[in-house]
Design a protein around this ligand. Structure first.
Ligand SMILES: Cc1cc2nc3c(=O)[nH]c(=O)nc-3n(C[C@H](O)[C@H](O)[C@H](O)COP(=O)(O)O)c2cc1C
Length: 328
């Protein structure tokens, strides 16, 4: 007989390449207590009749309750329900005590804030090695349009759709420049994506005769007023722009900011009412540019992109500025 033993760690790793959603399957035990656990073995099975399936480890504390239950519910978790997934993957945890649940068929607890929900009548149970396979006929279902949580390679993930250039009428580039630098170099991609977004604000900047350094000062002040020049310099340097005393002086002359107190670099700047108005207008242009990009990316993808960019910024600290670089 051939040796069929498999390295279980390798086997798990190989299985982990298969990307899935994440669910919490719930039911009610004969004594009335709510039961649930995180499961990614869920799958669709039949359309007519509508059926779904999932598998439960025979070692699970919830096994007896599911074996005896007439109904179970599959709660498809949304992208922001990671902590719930962790809680329901913890053996023996107090899973329901802090939750407000709705009640479904047979009194089963239904979780709130999910991406979709299937209430099922248990139809079949099959032996499946160290798991029991549950097949349920879907009696009720609902989907709520929230982005779903995914699981791949042993970690939670979010679903990022591939952009389709034609989506929403996006223009196909006139000339497809096939260079590995322009296609693959992160710095180039970030830089040109930034330039592309800023193009949409540039008209406003030109109208107000403002540079990008002026623009950064106005935007940072509209976020948090009364920053010192030193603070503004630090913030804008991170975005590769130099704010000098002259930048502030220009904005004072234009009556967009007032400066007060302390000598350079502790001079503090505040927006004037005119400065507020211009900052709002610029922010609206940038928001519109972002919304335009989101139309092609999708909201989840845009959030994911921001999260990834924040991780880059977090992972790569700024190189300390050479001494004297922040002089006016
Ligand atoms: C993403 C993820 C998916 C899981 N999928 C399953 C599954 O399909 N079946 C299963 O029996 N356990 C699965 N588990 C493990 C159970 O959630 C975990 O063993 C839980 O403690 C069982 O709870 P219980 O013993 O209180 O019933 C999964 C865990 C995670 C984090």
């Amino acid at each position: 007989m051939a040796d069929r033993s498999v390295d279980s760690r390798q086997f798990r790793t190989a299985l982990g390449s298969f990307a899935t959603g994440v669910t919490i399957v719930t039911t009610r035990a004969p004594d009335g207590s709510p039961i649930g656990l995180t499961a990614n073995s869920f799958n669709s099975l039949s359309l007519d009749p509508p059926m779904v399936m999932w598998a439960l480890a025979k070692t699970s504390l919830s096994l007896e309750a599911f074996e005896k239950a007439d109904y179970f519910a599959v709660n498809i978790l949304s992208a922001d329900q990671q902590s719930l997934a962790d809680l329901f993957a913890t053996r023996g945890a107090e899973k329901f005590s802090a939750l407000n649940c709705d009640t479904g068929l047979g009194g089963i607890p239904l979780l709130r804030g999910c991406s979709a929900l299937f209430e099922c009548r248990t139809s079949y149970q099959y032996e499946g090695g160290d798991h029991v396979i549950f097949v349920g006929e879907v009696v009720e279902f609902a989907h709520f349009g929230r982005p779903a949580l995914a699981f791949q390679g042993g970690t939670y993930a979010s679903v990022v759709r591939y952009p389709t250039l034609s989506a929403g009428g996006a223009a196909v580039p006139a000339r497809d420049v096939d260079s590995s630098f322009s296609r693959d170099f992160l710095g180039y991609l970030l830089g040109s994506a930034h330039a592309r977004l800023m193009e949409r604000v540039r008209g406003d900047l030109e109208r107000y005769r403002l540079s990008e350094a002026h623009y950064h000062v106005l935007m940072f002040l509209s976020n948090e007023d009364n920053l010192t020049l030193k603070e503004l310099t630090t913030l804008t340097q991170l975005a590769d722009h130099q704010v000098s005393y002259q930048t502030l002086a220009d904005l004072v002359i234009r009556d967009f900011i007032t400066v007060s107190g302390g000598d350079y670099p502790s001079t503090r700047a505040r927006l004037t009412p005119d400065g507020h108005r211009v900052a709002l207008e610029l922010a609206a242009s940038l928001k519109a540019a972002e919304a335009y990009a989101e139309r092609f990316l999708g909201a989840t993808e845009a959030q994911t992109l921001k999260m990834l960019l924040r991780s880059i910024l977090h992972a790569i600290p700024p190189v300390a500025a050479p001494s004297g670089a922040d002089d006016a």
